[in-house]
Each structure stands twice: as structure tokens, then as C-alpha cells.
Design a protein around this ligand. Structure first.
Ligand SMILES: *[C@@H]1O[C@H](CO)[C@@H](O)[C@H](O)[C@H]1NC(C)=O
Ligand SMILES: *[C@@H]1O[C@H](CO)[C@@H](O)[C@H](O)[C@H]1NC(C)=O
Ligand SMILES: *[C@@H]1O[C@H](CO)[C@@H](O)[C@H](O)[C@H]1NC(C)=O
Ligand SMILES: *[C@@H]1O[C@H](CO)[C@@H](O)[C@H](O)[C@H]1NC(C)=O
Ligand SMILES: *[C@@H]1O[C@H](CO)[C@@H](O)[C@H](O)[C@H]1NC(C)=O
Ligand SMILES: CC(=O)N[C@H]1CO[C@H](CO)[C@@H](O)[C@@H]1O
Length: 424
């Protein structure tokens, strides 16, 4: 065909497709597929049936979950789909059964291999109370599979908007391979003492924005596994919980690099950590670079700024053997508020792979302990941060000045651990 003719035909086809999309956008109400909506009957099969029809439609199709309360056992919603698919659940609450015995896999709602997907509205209540309180599973995690509320695997070019995850048995939302995805106005809610209820866990994806969201939970607010790339988080509030966490890295061989994380304009309240990067001692090699925290308010947060390359909870590792995870190009800027621990900033890098190009600017953190407050302090090892701007805690009296850093390192050095490996 002549080139112009080809283009004209292509444009015409696009026009017809757009027209088709507008005219034939199908809405499939799960009630037409047999959903009962009494909060007791398993409506999972109705959801699956509506999904299959929507997914088979060439034009944009949506699964409608009308306002009401539903119960569902595990559902697996798989693509690839012919056209864009939406799940629209504004005003609906979907509950999981509380009993672990009713689950055979590690997911409650699993969505996989879909492109151009949208999920709007809806509350997904995992009813996890029984499990958090049972010691059975937490003592033998290997034999127990605890389901994640919403697991997304290879869901790409997608949007999650106005959704709520509550009381998950395990993580609330876990993403794997979900490139170019946006989360907006997401609410996550679980009590402070709920166990393993990470808000949003991310791994092996390129391109994710999380914005205008509110995360209250018992574990990490947002946690980053290996291979997280180009992730932007802004206007998110965290707390209670364990704060925003990059890692733990280095536990497994062949972990992919973490690269390009921007966390801006967030407020963290009442968590036991603020923003941290952690890796295991005696680790496999790994790389994390280009990680930036900026404009963050800390309200009564323990360990507001933390790099911990000796992360070893429950002593389940060989302490004393350094981490081989290399951190570089990390910045902490404009971080202000209160710390419930005296050491408000701790940068504990690995002696085997010291941190490179760490920048600290405009930090203003005050110690606010259970029995009154005072100045906060900072510690660092195996890192020589570039300190700019106005920083509080500031250097007051330096007991053992390190000549290499005098004049540039303006943070309080009094309580700083000092050893031969210290490169500050
Ligand atoms: C969490 O705290 C609540 C209220 O204090 C209590 O009823 C519940 O048993 C606790 N749960 C766990 C898992 O500790
Ligand atoms: C949860 O565990 C706590 C302490 O382990 C106990 O006091 C409480 O009664 C338990 N709650 C439920 C609902 O089982
Ligand atoms: C955010 O989501 C909630 C539902 O969780 C909704 O009520 C609210 O209107 C949404 N806010 C905006 C600005 O869209
Ligand atoms: C995320 O936000 C950035 C900056 O606003 C933008 O360039 C990028 O396209 C967004 N990513 C997605 C997946 O929408
Ligand atoms: C760190 O930043 C420098 C300068 O911007 C750049 O040249 C270097 O490649 C970056 N390092 C990594 C590991 O990304
Ligand atoms: C913590 C923080 O900096 N919050 C700001 C985020 O941005 C909005 C709007 O730009 C401000 O109103 C907040 O104060």
C-alpha cells in the first residue's frame, strides 16, 4: 500500500477503535453472575465469572461490585485480557474469611499478567485478627502460608485509586513485576500490634508512583525488595508501623539492584523507624543507588534516619561478617520533627563496602523521649557524608575529633561510636 494510504487507514482504524471503545464499554455487575452480597456466602465465583467476561472483551470492560458487603475466598484473576479492564468497587466491602484453614495459597486476591488495568474504590478486609494472635504460624513460618490481601504479579501500566486494604493476615499489598503503575489515594489500615502486615511491598518492577495515600499498620509502611527501580512516593502518611524501608538486602544470591527511589513530602508519625536502608551482615553482594529522601516530617519517630548494614533481627545471621551490599548516591534532605530515640540519625555502613556519595542537608530533629526531651545526636561508620545546609543536631563538643572531617561534618559527635574503620 502507498505510505499515505497506509497512514490514513491506520488513523481511520484508531478512530473506529476509539469510537468502539466509547460505544461498547461493557459493565458486568457481579450480581448478574450470582453474587449474593450477604457477607457470608462466597461471592468469589461470581467475581471470577464477571472477570472472565470482562477480560475476554476487546473493548474496555469493567467488573462492577455494587455497594454492599461481600465475602470471598481466594480468587485468582488472570490475564492477558483482550482490552483494558477495570474493577469498580466504590462503596463495596469485600471480606476474607478469618480462618487460615480456608486458604490454600499465599494470596487472597491475586491479579496477574494484565496490562492497562484499573481498580477503583472498595475495601478489602482480610480479617486477620485471629492470625496475628496465633503463635502457631509465626513460630513455623515455613509450614504456614499466610495470604497477602492483594497480590499483583505482572500487572503493568495500571492504576489503583481510592482503594482500602484493612486487617490483612499478612502484607496488605504486594507487587512483583508491575511496571508503570500508579497508586493514588490508597488507604491502608491495621492495628499497630498486627504482625507482618507491611502496607505496600514492592519488588522487581520499573516505574511506580504512590501518591496521596495513608498507611497505618503493624509493620513496614512501604517496603522495597530487590529490583525496585524508578519509584516515586509523595504525599504519603505513615504510622503507626515500622516506617519506610529499603531492604533488607543481601539475603539471597543474585538480587537485582535497587535504583532510583524518590521519597518526598511525606509525614511519618509514631513509628519505630522513619526512613531506613538495611542489609544483612555476611550477605550476598548487592547494589542500591540513587535513593533520595526529601521534605519529610517525623512526629515522635524512633530512629528517624537510619542506614543499617548490620541488620540482624532475632540474631538469625552471622554478625561481625560485613555486608557486601554497596550503597551509593543516597541523600537525606529537609527532614524535621521529633525522635523518640536519642540517636536521631545513624548511618552504619559496611566496612567491606563503605557507602559512597551520601548527602545530608537541612536536618532538624529533636529528641523527644518518654521522660522529656533534649538534643538528639548522630552516629556514623564507614561513610563520609557530605553535610550541607543547617543541621540540628549540630556539632557541640567533639570529644575525639576526626581531623578528616572537621569543618564539614557538623552533626553532634559526642555519642558517636569511634573506631579505626570510621571514615566520617
Ligand atoms: C492488640 O491490642 C489489642 C488492644 O490492646 C488486643 O485486644 C489484641 O489482643 C492485641 N493483639 C495482638 C496480636 O497482640
Ligand atoms: C491476643 O493475645 C493477647 C496476648 O497474647 C491476649 O491477651 C488476648 O486475649 C488475645 N486476644 C484474642 C482475641 O485472642
Ligand atoms: C479517596 O478515597 C476515599 C475512599 O477510600 C474516598 O472517599 C475519597 O473521596 C477519595 N478522595 C479523593 C480526593 O478522591
Ligand atoms: C510518575 O511520576 C513521574 C513524575 O511526576 C512521571 O514522570 C512518571 O511518568 C510517573 N509514572 C507513572 C507510571 O505514571
Ligand atoms: C552516582 O552519581 C554519580 C554522579 O551523579 C554518577 O556518575 C554515578 O554513576 C552514580 N553511581 C551509581 C552507582 O549510580
Ligand atoms: C510533609 C510535607 O512537606 N507536607 C507538604 C506536602 O505538600 C503539601 C502541598 O504541596 C503541603 O501542604 C504539605 O505541607
Amino acid at each position: 500500500m502507498h505510505k499515505d494510504g497506509y497512514i490514513r487507514t491506520a488513523v481511520f482504524c484508531l478512530f473506529v477503535m476509539a469510537l468502539g471503545a466509547r460505544n461498547h464499554a461493557a459493565v458486568i455487575d457481579i450480581k448478574t453472575k450470582g453474587a449474593v452480597g450477604d457477607g457470608k456466602t462466597d461471592d468469589g465465583p461470581a467475581i471470577l465469572s464477571a472477570w472472565k467476561e470482562a477480560c475476554a472483551g476487546a473493548s474496555p470492560s469493567s467488573v462492577l461490585v455494587p455497594p454492599g458487603t461481600y465475602m470471598s475466598l481466594s480468587v485468582v484473576l488472570s490475564g492477558p485480557c483482550k482490552g483494558p479492564v477495570e474493577i469498580q468497587a466504590t462503596g463495596a466491602t469485600i471480606k476474607a474469611p478469618p480462618e487460615l484453614a480456608k486458604f490454600k495459597t499465599d494470596s487472597w486476591i491475586l491479579i496477574q499478567n494484565v496490562k492497562r488495568f484499573t481498580m477503583t474504590g472498595g475495601t478489602f478486609d482480610g480479617q486477620g485478627h485471629q492470625i496475628w494472635n496465633s503463635t502457631k504460624c509465626h513460630d513455623s513460618q515455613l509450614t504456614c502460608q499466610i495470604p497477602v490481601n492483594l497480590r499483583l504479579s505482572h500487572v503493568k501500566n495500571s492504576l489503583f485509586k481510592d482503594i482500602t486494604s484493612a486487617n490483612s493476615k499478612h502484607f496488605h499489598i504486594a507487587l512483583w513485576g508491575c511496571d508503570n503503575t500508579v497508586f493514588e489515594n490508597v488507604t491502608i489500615n491495621a492495628p499497630e500490634n498486627s504482625t507482618n502486615t507491611d502496607g505496600i511491598h514492592i519488588a522487581r518492577l520499573n516505574g511506580l508512583n504512590i501518591t496521596k495515600s495513608n498507611i497505618k499498620t503493624g509493620d513496614d509502611c512501604i517496603s522495597f525488595g530487590d529490583g525496585s527501580k524508578n519509584v516515586r512516593i509523595d504525599k504519603v502518611t505513615c504510622g503507626p508501623g515500622h516506617g519506610i524501608s529499603i531492604g533488607s538486602l543481601g539475603k539471597y544470591p543474585n538480587e537485582e539492584p535497587i535504583q532510583g527511589i524518590w521519597i518526598k513530602n511525606c509525614t511519618i508519625t509514631g513509628t519505630n523507624n522513619g526512613v531506613r536502608i538495611k542489609s544483612w551482615p555476611a550477605s550476598h553482594p548487592g547494589v542500591a543507588s540513587d535513593i533520595h529522601f526529601e521534605d519529610i516530617i517525623m512526629k515522635k519517630v524512633g530512629n528517624p534516619i537510619l542506614i543499617d548494614q548490620e541488620y540482624c533481627p532475632h540474631d538469625l545471621c552471622k554478625k561481625g561478617i560485613p555486608s557486601k551490599v554497596k550503597l551509593s548516591n543516597v541523600s537525606f534532605r529537609k527532614i524535621r520533627g521529633t525522635s523518640t530515640t536519642k540517636v536521631a540519625m545513624k548511618l552504619a555502613c559496611s566496612p567491606e563496602a563503605p557507602c559512597d556519595n551520601v548527602e545530608v542537608a537541612d536536618i532538624n530533629l529533636k529528641f523527644h523521649g518518654p521522660r522529656g526531651g533534649g538534643p538528639a545526636s548522630s552516629e556514623c561508620s564507614n561513610v563520609k557524608p557530605k553535610v550541607t545546609g543547617k543541621n540540628v543536631p549540630q556539632e557541640t563538643v567533639t570529644k575525639r575529633p576526626n581531623p578528616a572531617t572537621l569543618g564539614t561534618f557538623s552533626l553532634d559527635l559526642i555519642s558517636r561510636r569511634f573506631d579505626a574503620r570510621d571514615r566520617c
